[in-house]
Write a protein that binds this ligand. Structure first.
Ligand code: AGP
Length: 608
């Protein structure tokens, strides 16, 4: 949550900071602000409530020639969105400015202490304490003041600070919040995400917890908590920058939905060699695999849903008992995890606080933890025993789409890998399933080629107050994800149920004003789901069905049918998810919503 950016170099900073904030806007868009030296021994701070565009308009005509500065785009935690609460925050002298991502847990005690010493606070934020602590400790060396300041902090932080007395320097520190720094030899940058640095350099440093970095034009010096210089660990970013552009699409969500055939292809490619599924990065010996007696999958939101798909496949093919749990619950329980448990942690961003805490808990119990993530160098990759990267490339839209399909492709590979290595499926079966998985991108392309039925379905949904989604087996999960997408971006209430559960309570909600989306694709339980559809229709509710092409039974009873090409049931979560993503987007647009920036949400949830 929150995005921070900093630039120091030879060019004017304001445009670069605003550009960086635009790229980080997915992390929060309650307010945005920048701070730059004013050339007269002080600092100029400009903040606006709302999206970065409001800030861009504010600074456009302003005379801000400085070639150093910091910026912030906020997802509010402490204090409502307002200009007073917007970052950067200053100290009493007005010489220090700070941007922060994270939560300072002991801010109230620190603030009381600082107030007692005469410091005056103007905002309700936890961050302002950092500015006043820097003021308290500053004796001519901002890095030294930062070291003393962070020693007082409890909680999570990625901090960047500037001081008016050092107009060509930024000092940065982090704990449990991502910070990436880099330089192209003349310009040096810091950001919460490499996307805001990539235009300058592809070789970046992900700061470790407790490290500080001092940025000056063309130089990034990394220090440990004691101030000793540390040899920076460079990571090369190979993401393609086109991902940061809409490339002619009206919004990132649509662009990312259309990227899915490529994403699934890239994620799967190269993992079948000599009729064997190879996942070298899992780093598991045959002995390790034989010892696995249960799999635990953890994740949040959409990643949790991909975990539910994983459970279906791992249990069906590898016959290993598999549990799936939301990380925010897992981390506070005492889950039955042992050294023979394989834990798979799913996280697009690799920075989700609850998932990271769950990873730590699982490892403390002796389990091997493998991360499935999209973001190179993200925190989860450093906290896990191994990492499998999904090849989604940068996902900008807050509503996850392409990363979900990439996660499903990735966990499908893991399920096939375990099944083969456990001897539950033979090579012929594995190869045949792999080829079917590899055929799904073409089916997604086909679905994307004609969306007229989806538009028709969106008309049925757009004015309702509540919608229900039902499906069975793997497609109960597809429904959970479809309903989440609708809630996130159209603000319509939606609930998803395993279709057989309807009659145990939720059917009481049905009447002609509550449309139901039913996934009734070809599967061993299609007939049972069709009976549930009849029960729904008998209550007067309208039914939008996702069905397999050629299914005339469904056409006869449903109010609207979205056909998708035939696939084996185990792969239908990949194909059936696509119309549900498009449906949510279309409903949201018809309701006038901004699909890429849903209210109250942020792409990376780095707080509990
Ligand atoms: C998806 O549309 C959501 N915005 C959200 O549920 C997300 O999947 C969740 O916060 C987990 O994020 P992660 O995959 O980056 O850990």
């Amino acid at each position: 949550m929150c995005g921070i950016v900093g630039y120091v170099g030879n060019n004017q900073a304001k445009g670069i900071l605003v550009g960086g904030l635009r790229q980080l806007e997915y992390r929060g868009y309650d307010s945005a602000g920048i701070a730059v030296p004013d050339g007269a021994g002080g600092l100029e701070v400009v903040c606006r409530v709302g999206k970065v565009q409001a800030l861009a308009e504010a600074v456009e005509g302003m005379e801000l020639p400085a070639s150093c500065g910091i910026g912030h785009t906020r997802w509010a935690t402490h204090g409502k969105p307002s200009e007073t609460n917007a970052h950067p925050h200053k100290d009493c002298s007005g010489k220090v400015a700070v941007v922060h991502n994270g939560i300072i847990e002991n801010y109230a005690a620190l603030r009381d202490e600082l107030r007692a010493q005469g410091h005056e606070f103007v905002s309700e934020t936890d961050t302002e304490t950092v500015a006043h602590l820097l003021e308290r400790y500053y004796e001519g060396d901002l890095a030294a003041a930062m070291r003393k300041t962070v020693a007082q902090l409890q909680g999570a932080y990625g901090i960047a600070a500037i001081h008016a007395d050092h107009p060509q320097q930024i000092v940065v520190s982090r704990k449990d919040s991502p910070i990436v720094v880099g330089t192209d030899g003349s310009s040096s940058l810091v950001a919460s995400d490499m996307v805001a640095v990539m235009d300058y350099t592809r070789d970046v440093v992900f700061l470790e917890d407790g490290q500080l970095a001092v940025l000056t034009p063309g130089s990034v010096e990394v220090q440990d908590a004691a101030g000793r210089a540390v040899e920076p660990q460079l990571t090369h970013i190979d993401w393609d920058t086109e991902a940061a552009e809409r490339a002619g699409y009206p919004d990132f969500m649509l662009k990312e939905i259309h990227e899915q055939p490529r994403v699934v292809r890239d994620t799967v490619s190269g993992h079948l060699k000599d009729n064997k599924i190879v996942l070298e990065d899992l780093n598991l010996s045959q002995e390790d695999i034989e010892a696995i007696d249960q799999v635990y999958i953890i994740g949040c939101g959409t990643s949790y849903h991909a975990g539910l798909v994983a459970r279906e496949l791992i249990e069906a093919w590898a016959r290993i008992p598999t549990r799936v749990e939301v990380a925010s619950e897992f981390r506070y329980r005492n889950p039955i995890v042992t050294p023979s448990t394989l834990v798979i942690a799913l996280s697009q961003s690799g920075e989700t606080a609850d998932t990271l805490a769950a990873v730590r808990l699982a490892r403390s119990k002796g389990a091997k933890v493998f991360a499935v993530t999209n973001v190179m160098g993200s925190r989860i990759t450093r906290e896990s025993d191994g990492t499998l990267y999904v090849k989604a490339n940068m996902e900008i839209s807050v509503a996850a789409t392409k990363s979900f399909l990439a996660q499903i492709a990735c966990v499908t590979l893991i399920a096939l890998f375990l099944a083969q290595r456990k001897g539950r499926l033979n090579s012929r079966q594995v190869v045949s399933l792999f080829h079917e998985l590899r055929a799904t991108p073409a089916q997604i392309e086909y679905i994307l080629s004609d969306t007229s039925a989806i538009e028709e379905a969106a008309e049925l949904l757009k004015d309702c107050h509540s919608a229900m989604y039902v499906g069975r087996g793997i497609n109960a999960t597809t429904c959970y994800e479809g309903a989440l997408k609708l809630k996130e971006i159209s603000y319509l209430h939606a609930e998803a149920y395993a279709a057989g559960e309807l009659k145990h309570g939720p059917i009481a909600l049905l009447d002609p004003s509550v449309p139901v989306v039913a996934v009734v694709t070809e599967s061993p339980t299609r007939m049972q789901t069709l009976s549930n559809v009849q029960e729904i229709l008998a209550r007067g509710a309208k039914v939008i069905a996702i069905a397999t092409e050629g299914d005339e039974d469904v056409r006869e009873i449903a109010d609207c049918v979205i056909y998708i090409p035939p696939v084996r049931d185990c792969f239908s979560a990949i194909t059936a998810s696509v119309p549900l993503q498009l449906l949510a987007r279309s409903v949201a647009l018809k309701r006038g919503c901004d699909v890429d920036h849903p209210r109250n949400l942020a792409k990376s949830v780095t707080v509990e």
